[in-house]
Design a protein around this ligand. Structure first.
Ligand SMILES: NC(=O)c1ccc[n+]([C@@H]2O[C@H](COP(=O)([O-])OP(=O)(O)OC[C@H]3O[C@@H](n4cnc5c(N)ncnc54)[C@H](OP(=O)(O)O)[C@@H]3O)[C@@H](O)[C@H]2O)c1
Length: 237
């Protein structure tokens, strides 16, 4: 006989093939069934195997979230209780050195995909009167830096989008959170970057789990997570 405790809600995580999205998937696999999205099928399947080992039932969806039609076709109408919009791209270079392709890719993945993915599953949440949309922003959504004209711009968009969406859907029982990490040791940075002082992807996964498992009447809307000191490696504390 199944009890309430046996019922696992469904979390959809984009960019689950590596880095922060993989860590979020593994963390949520402890309590949720999963739909994981990314382009690299082999790596997605590797994430899926680890999530299955943690007890989750997992569906992999290889799709490029820049492609609005393909994303809508793959995700529209799917029952999703928790959506984690994590997929992101960073090309950190001065505006005058940036190609149109680099500009468009960042805007397409960091901004436009929020529309494609969220539009596909949010109506179901509103209809059911419960759900959670979590977005991985960045401290770059509040700070600026040389080389950040596009990336920082897209992450500033995330902050405005998240807060407006939160106001639009909260009365329907749907929460919207934005987690804003400082630097995290992932492949977002070029090979050779010193990542010893950075956060680990699991630290962000813990923050996401905290936000999406808060009591139903409580909303963690913004959560900024930073390395304690950029001057000291993690293992020096
Ligand atoms: N690392 C940091 O310091 C840091 C700090 C603050 C915020 N963030 C944010 O955290 C999120 C995850 O970044 P990360 O550090 O984990 O980077 P990462 O290791 O480069 O991983 C990026 C993920 O996004 C997916 N992705 C990229 N383009 C995609 C596309 N067109 N369609 C579908 N999936 C796509 C990639 O999967 P495929 O290649 O398989 O498609 C990959 O799984 C991003 O939103 C990033 O802006 C990162």
């Amino acid at each position: 006989m199944s009890t309430k405790a046996d019922i696992r809600t469904v979390a959809l995580v984009t960019g689950a093939s590596r880095g922060i999205g993989r860590a979020i998937s593994l963390r949520l696999a402890e309590s949720h069934d999963l739909v994981i999205v990314g382009r690299d099928e082999a790596k997605l399947s590797d994430t899926a195997d680890s999530c299955t080992a943690a007890g989750a039932s997992v569906q992999t969806i290889p799709v490029d979230v820049q492609d609005g039609l393909a994303t809508a076709k793959a995700l529209t109408g799917m029952h999703v209780d928790v959506l984690v919009n994590n997929a992101g791209v960073a090309v950190l270079k001065p505006f005058l050195d940036m190609t149109a392709e680099e500009w468009n890719r960042q805007v397409n993945v960091n901004v436009n995909a929020l529309y494609h993915v969220t539009r596909a599953v949010l109506p179901g949440m509103v209809q059911r009167g419960r759900g959670h949309v979590c977005i991985i922003g960045s401290t770059a959504g509040r700070n600026t830096f040389v080389g950040g004209s596009c990336y920082s711009g897209t992450k500033h968009f995330v902050m405005g989008f998240a807060e407006s969406l939160m106001l639009e859907v909260r009365d329907a029982g749907v929460g919207v959170s934005v987690i804003t990490p400082g630097s995290v040791a992932t492949e977002l940075f070029p090979e050779g970057t010193n990542t010893a002082w950075m956060l680990e992807p699991e630290n962000i996964a813990d923050a996401v789990a905290f936000a999406v498992t808060a009591p139903p009447h409580m909303l963690v809307h913004r959560l900024e997570v930073r390395p304690l000191s950029p001057k000291r490696p993690r293992d020096s504390f």
